[in-house]
Ligand binder design. Structure first.
Ligand code: NDP
Length: 330
């Protein structure tokens, strides 16, 4: 059983010196426990934050600890009635090949509804984040104009489709022409902006001449600043993430256009999806129905290479090298 452990806290971008791989015997389940053979590990931008020794919404991963990761796999040994051998399960099992669990925060996965990797994407934390970010935090209503950054990623691609299904006009910001045409041609976004191709500010004025009601922000930085310039009265800014700054070694400058919130009586609200754990069944039911009806397109990008490839695969998120949910096959 190999595990990926934190060897050294990174400064800036993670590299090979960040990790060490250790080998231990496969664990044996005690009473009320089971062992999972991990099949897919989720790669999340938040992981970069979990490596910093600073106060946050969750303690940092300690030096020498197995890297925290959401994963899905099959129960291969069990002394737990609810998780029999053969069941597919998702949970915070960590970046390892076999994990011991007592069932806390573990979900039984219905592979008839969607394949296992989708339970790390649209039916996992990214889908939950998209759902509650749009509905609860963004208070999105039919007819709203909704702008989404990081729109071709795991959270953004689902958030945009939910807004579209709710009857909103949806504009996505993503890097590159392939991602942008996927959003409009397959996911039903109404317009897109390729932020690598030119001025986002100018493109926003063209795509949303009357402004936006909801901005679902995954990236922060200059794109957030440009979005603030086109808020309508009573607009809601959903602060989901700010990936453009996660590898920064000095704090990024604040958005100079923040007074737009005042002028437009708007709000900017941050949220952490862990606060919604009790309501996951509600989101999973809604997303599951859309998937069953063929109304929601889910996409995972599955990378191979096992545990050795964890670091290089994680860095793909910061290079925009993923479309949809990035997953590592173990
Ligand atoms: P994604 O699948 O969206 O992957 C990250 C994407 O971000 C890349 O594909 C890339 O797309 C884009 N990106 C990377 N660097 C930059 C940059 N400098 N400027 C603009 N875009 C960039 O990841 P997730 O969907 O998993 O996460 C999206 C966001 O949601 C993250 O900020 C994450 O931290 C946040 N999050 C927050 C949660 C919460 O509880 N608040 C829970 C889960 C996620 P492109 O090619 O378009 O640049």
């Amino acid at each position: 059983n190999r595990q990926l452990r934190l060897a050294k806290r990174p400064v800036g971008r993670i590299d090979d010196t960040t990790w060490e791989i250790t080998t231990e015997p496969i664990p044996e389940p005690g009473t009320g426990e089971f062992v999972v053979r991990i099949q897919y590990v989720s790669l999340d931008p938040a992981m970069r934050g979990w490596l910093n020794d600073v106060p946050s919404y969750i303690p940092p991963v300690g030096i020498g600890e197995v890297m925290r990761a959401h994963a899905v796999g099959t129960v291969c040994a069990s002394q737990h009635d609810s998780y029999p051998v053969g069941a597919t399960v998702a949970g915070m099992f960590g970046a390892c090949e076999y994990a011991l669990s007592d069932g806390r925060l573990v979900t039984l996965v219905d592979t008839d509804l969607a394949p296992a990797p989708t339970w790390l994407g649209a039916l996992g934390f990214p889908g939950m984040t998209a759902y509650f970010g749009i509905t609860d935090v963004g208070r999105t209503k039919p007819g709203d104009t909704v702008l989404i950054s990081g729109a071709a990623g795991a959270v953004g691609s689902i958030a945009g489709q939910i807004a579209s299904l709710m009857g909103c006009r949806v504009i996505g910001i993503a890097g590159g022409p392939e991602k942008c045409s996927w959003l409009t041609e397959e996911l039903g976004f109404d317009a897109t902006i390729d932020y690598r191709a030119g001025s986002v500010g100018r493109a926003l004025h063209e795509a949303a001449p009357e402004g936006i009601d909801v901005y679902f922000d995954n990236v922060g930085g200059d794109i957030l600043n440009s979005a603030l310039a086109v808020l309508r009265t009573h607009a809601r800014v959903v602060l989901c993430g700010a990936i453009s700054g996660y590898n920064a070694t000095t704090p990024p400058p604040g958005p100079s256009r923040y007074l737009s919130l005042l002028v437009n009586r708007s709000s900017m609200t941050g949220f952490i999806i862990f606060d919604y754990l009790k309501r996951f069944p509600e989101a999973q039911a809604a997303l599951g129905n859309w998937i069953r009806r063929g109304d929601l397109i889910t996409r995972e990008q599955i990378e191979t290479g096992g545990i050795e490839a964890f670091g290089t695969t994680l860095n793909m998120l910061f290079d925009g090298a993923n479309t949809g949910k990035l997953v590592l096959a173990m």
